[in-house]
Design a protein around this ligand. Structure first.
Ligand code: SF4
Ligand code: SF4
Length: 174
């Protein structure tokens, strides 16, 4: 209909004139980031402070920018020690492939977005240094315990039944 576009344009103009500001006074005010925001890669730790990284190198091989690197020492018993897990945050495109690849959920795309620095040297950093890598066995044990706890919470009667018949499972611990 003739004139409809004009009326619609005026309606949008009025709506924008009457609404409040959509900006905030950054850095004094900060907007809450969407949960899926991807910023700097950061390591994840167990409750006791041990890093969850097993030094499997999957993330290093996956990174399309080649900006992750692990220097690892392997002992005779095959346990690994992470000398240095380095990350060039200044070259990271925050694609998240390293996080998706990690089989142990040992790194995350954090919400740490205030990454500007005045010293370019700070654009390369160490995620973890001089720590023992976690074993895959430890991850499996923690996962199994969490799954058992979830199942017990979902079906408390199973837990009661298990408790009521200790003699049948008594030999498993030996
Ligand atoms: S987010 Fe992408 S570019 Fe950045 S370290 Fe991970 S894989 Fe590499
Ligand atoms: S962060 Fe994950 S993928 Fe990368 S070395 Fe550690 S365990 Fe492996």
């Amino acid at each position: 209909m003739w004139g409809f576009g004009l009326i619609n344009g005026l309606r949008i103009t009025m709506r924008n004139m009457l609404r409040g500001p959509i900006t905030v006074m950054y850095p004094y005010e900060k907007l809450e980031l969407p949960e899926r925001s991807r910023w700097a890669v950061r390591p994840v730790y167990f409750d006791n402070g041990d890093p969850m990284c097993t030094a499997c190198m999957a993330c290093v091989r996956t990174c399309p920018d080649h900006i992750l690197d692990l220097e690892v020492t392997t002992a005779e018993d095959k346990s690994k020690h992470i000398d240095r897990f380095s990350y060039e945050v200044g070259a990271c495109m925050m694609c998240g492939l390293c996080v998706e690849t990690c089989p142990f959920d040992a790194i995350v795309m954090s919400h740490e977005y205030e990454l500007a620095v005045t010293d370019p040297a700070k654009l390369s950093e160490d995620l973890v240094t001089d720590v023992d890598a976690t074993s895959a066995k430890r991850h499996r044990e923690i996962k199994a315990a969490a799954q058992a706890a979830t199942e017990a919470a979902a079906d408390p009667s199973a837990l009661v039944a298990d408790d009521a018949a200790p003699t049948e499972k008594g030999g498993d611990d030996a």
